[in-house]
Design a protein around this ligand. Sequence first.
Ligand SMILES: [Mg+2]
Length: 214
Amino acid sequence: MIRAIVSDFGGVLTTPLSGSFQSFADGSGVDLETMGQALTALHERDGIHPLHELECGRLSETAFVESLRDSLADLLGRRVELASLADSLWEGLFPNEAMIAFMASLRAEGYRMGLLTNNVREWELKWRAMAPIDDIFELVIDSAFVGVRKPDPEIYELTVTGLGVPAAECLFVDDIEVNCDAAQAAGMTAVVFRDAQQAIAEMRAILAAEGLVV
Ligand SMILES: [Mg+2]
């Protein structure tokens, strides 16, 4: 029996993130593939992935951008002026009103509500301003503040413990498949978000199958 909903934030309660990464690359005059190569080079050099460190709150946004700039300079043999990561990301990102309304309706139905987000410490005020987060979600687990990120099993454990509901009673939704796979491995039911219509239909079908019509 599903008693709790656990939702991702970026790309689920917002418009897709892919355009934001593209605009960061475009604004920096570098293609996305090169950006990826620069990050991979840092990962190989340091044994830790800078994006993961950023999302775990161990690397500041400024330090992340500086190391990416250095890595691109090594790769391209010239200095690159990077666009503002925050501006690029947030300018093209809007609330997904249909998903936010659906989450609010689930809260009103009495479901326990958790938000599980891989995020950036410096962006907390920005992302929280996009939706009435605290009105809908009783629990917010933000990777940047707990120091562990999806798909690490530990962050699912933190969520389940925080909600006080067994994993088997949680319905998880996320736009990244590996995060959904990890949720299933943790014992949750998971829906891979592709768009609001599909995700809402799949979530409703799962809840309806248990006689929990929303
Ligand atoms: Mg996401």
